[in-house]
Write a protein that binds this ligand. Structure first.
Ligand code: C5P
Length: 217
């Protein structure tokens, strides 16, 4: 069986950074599932242009998406969209459309196909609960909202100088609320997960803790 490590958690808990390094150290594949939902948000937005859209139309739009990942870049129908997907507005759309059961069902197999030998590290909201419930190691990675807002602020400084910590904190809180309260695949964990609060941990410490947990499985 292919070894899978899932890292779920709220916005800006450092999942992506940590998951990428863990995958690299183990020589595993890496899947950022949030990029799939962000690409969907971007694609729907681009195609409906502010008009109302129903579930059938969203599901049909998924069929017109040719999404691939190459060397850290996200390609959507041959266009490199990596940076465009980082926008917080696109994150909100990802969260909005990601709350639809039909959308999640449609994206399930696409995500499972990334589990290939020698292994996969993947991050998101429901990777351990729904997509890979039998993963060898399931992490729930979190940090205080203020720590996460500061991290996001530092990240955003590279390309959006207008962002404020207060604005980011509000965005993070409302996206977490939306992701945790939805009825389909809410952000949650249970006793089959390892809970890791990395508010006071460095990236290296978080990576080492996950590797330690993995080795002892
Ligand atoms: O991880 P990231 O913040 O990029 O994800 C953007 C949004 O996509 C999340 O707020 C969440 O609503 C949605 N998402 C999801 N399930 C996943 C990954 C992301 O619903 N597995």
């Amino acid at each position: 069986m292919v070894s899978v490590i899932t890292i779920d958690g709220p916005a800006s808990s450092g999942k992506g950074t940590v998951a990428k390094i863990v995958a690299n150290k183990l020589g595993f594949y890496y899947l950022e599932s949030g990029a799939i939902y962000r690409a969907l948000g971007f694609w729907v937005n681009k195609n409906v242009n502010g008009k109302d859209v129903n579930v059938d139309e969203i599901v049909a739009l998924i069929d017109s998406m040719d999404l691939s990942f190459n060397d850290g870049e996200v390609l959507l129908n041959s266009e490199v969209v990596t940076m465009k997907l980082r926008d917080e507005y696109i994150g909100m759309l990802a969260s909005k459309y990601g709350s639809i059961a039909e959308v999640r069902a449609k994206l399930l197999q696409f995500q499972r196909n990334f589990a290939k030998t020698p292994g996969l590290v993947t991050d998101g909201r429901d990777m351990g609960s729904i997509v890979f419930p039998d993963a060898k190691l399931k992490i729930f990675l979190t940090a205080s909202a203020s720590t996460r807002a500061e991290r996001r602020y530092k990240q955003l400084q590279q390309f959006d100088k207008t962002a404020t910590i207060e604005g980011i904190l509000q965005d993070i809180i409302s996206r977490d609320e939306q992701d945790s309260s939805r009825s389909t695949a809410p952000l949650s964990y249970d006793s089959t997960f390892e809970l890791l609060d990395n508010s006071d941990m460095t990236v290296d410490e978080t990576v080492n803790r996950i590797l330690e947990l993995y080795i002892t499985r």
